[in-house]
Design a protein around this ligand. Structure first.
Ligand code: SAM
Ligand code: DTB
Ligand code: SF4
Length: 323
């Protein structure tokens, strides 16, 4: 859909502009975000993306939020090596039957491996695409050739999050630099793969850090096709386990600001939904989110239940005037 005159796609946002949007009166913020959302998307359409951990735990990075880091030895998590291709495609098939249109596969790697494991991931991508679903993977850092091979296998999107703003990044991860993330994202774009890139809130960062992350995301041209906004899931044994639960309205503000700054991107209400009431989730959708992770589990943490989600979608549907 073409951008109407009053909602232009911008790649250069000032930090104070984004902070001012984020901190504007809540009803005004939601109203503005909803108006932008409706210019670019059908407001009744919410994408269901299924998520599967294809390789779990034992990751050499030290991301302080992540239960899959080998640095956090107190986390109770069973490591599982790379799943078989047939097994993964069978899960995708079930997800499709349950109503998912996108299948996302996550692996706890610092960087995508070479050899048989990478070839197996390529087969998974081909298998998912053959089902008629969008395929997304997140495998850690990629080089140019790996990005090209994923593109040739038909990959729809690559998920690689910035997680937070550049100034706060060093508080959260020390085993890689922001620049490393940007290099992988550049390789993804050069290969012609859609970019799925967002972050996490509730890790102790300031509004300024959140706005900085949005500023970097919006600087990509084109904007990332999808932007997952995760609320921290505080997992026992990780350094962020004791973080105060996020006020759901913080998530509403962040989603609304994301929608306004990147009007035509799909904004995904990602991890943390199980901490939200049905009504808080509906506020997030009204504020511009138009995708969710659907299914009982995220990668390792519980997601909102499928029964709860069916109730959510039932509540969103039009009501018959003659019940
Ligand atoms: N290892 C790859 C990487 O880091 O790019 C892919 C898997 S990693 C688990 C994918 C994303 O999940 C992270 O970038 C982070 O944004 C999100 N994530 C991980 N643990 C989380 C948590 N406890 N709460 C919210 N989001 C989380
Ligand atoms: C994203 O932004 N969120 C998903 C997906 N991309 C791969 C992962 C959320 C992980 C939540 C913690 C867990 O399940 O281990
Ligand atoms: Fe590894 Fe990804 Fe978890 Fe970081 S977020 S520890 S890179 S699996």
């Amino acid at each position: 859909m073409n951008a109407p005159a009053d909602v232009s796609i911008r790649h250069r946002w000032r930090l104070d502009e984004i902070v001012a949007i984020h901190d504007s009166p809540l009803l005004e913020l939601i109203g503005r975000a909803n108006a932008v959302h409706r210019r670019f998307f059908d407001p009744n359409e919410v994408q269901k993306a299924a998520l599967l951990s294809i390789k779990t735990g034992g990751c050499p990075e030290d991301c302080s939020y992540c239960p899959q880091s080998a640095h956090h030895r107190e986390v109770k998590l069973d490591r599982v090596e790379l799943m078989g291709v047939d097994e993964v495609v069978a899960v995708a098939k079930r997800a499709k039957a349950a109503g998912a249109d996108r299948f996302c596969m996550g692996a706890a790697w610092r960087q995508a491996p070479e050899g048989a494991k990478f070839d197996a991931v390529l087969d998974m991508v081909r298998g998912v695409r053959a089902l008629g679903m969008e395929a997304c993977v997140t495998l850690g850092m990629l080089n140019e050739s790996q990005a090209q091979r994923l593109a040739q296998a038909g990959l729809t999107a690559y998920n690689h999050n910035l997680d937070t703003g550049p100034d706060y990044y060093g508080e959260i991860v020390t085993t890689r630099r922001y620049q490393d993330r940007l290099a992988t994202l550049a390789a993804v774009r050069r290969a012609g793969i859609e970019m799925c890139c967002g972050g996490i809130i509730g890790m102790g960062e300031s509004v300024r850090d959140r706005a900085q992350m949005l500023q970097v995301l919006a600087s990509f041209a084109p904007h990332p096709e999808s932007v997952p906004i995760n609320a921290l899931v505080p997992v026992e044994g990780t350094p962020l386990a004791a973080r105060e639960p996020l006020d759901p309205l913080e998530l509403v503000r962040m989603i609304a600001a994301t929608r306004i700054v990147m009007p035509s991107s799909r904004v995904r209400l990602s991890a943390g939904r199980s901490m939200l009431t049905r009504e808080a989730q509906i506020l997030c959708l009204a504020a511009g989110a138009n995708s969710i992770f659907y299914g009982e589990k995220l990668l390792t943490a519980p997601n909102a239940g499928v029964n709860e989600d069916d109730a959510l979608f039932a509540a969103l549907a039009a009501r018959s005037p003659f019940p």
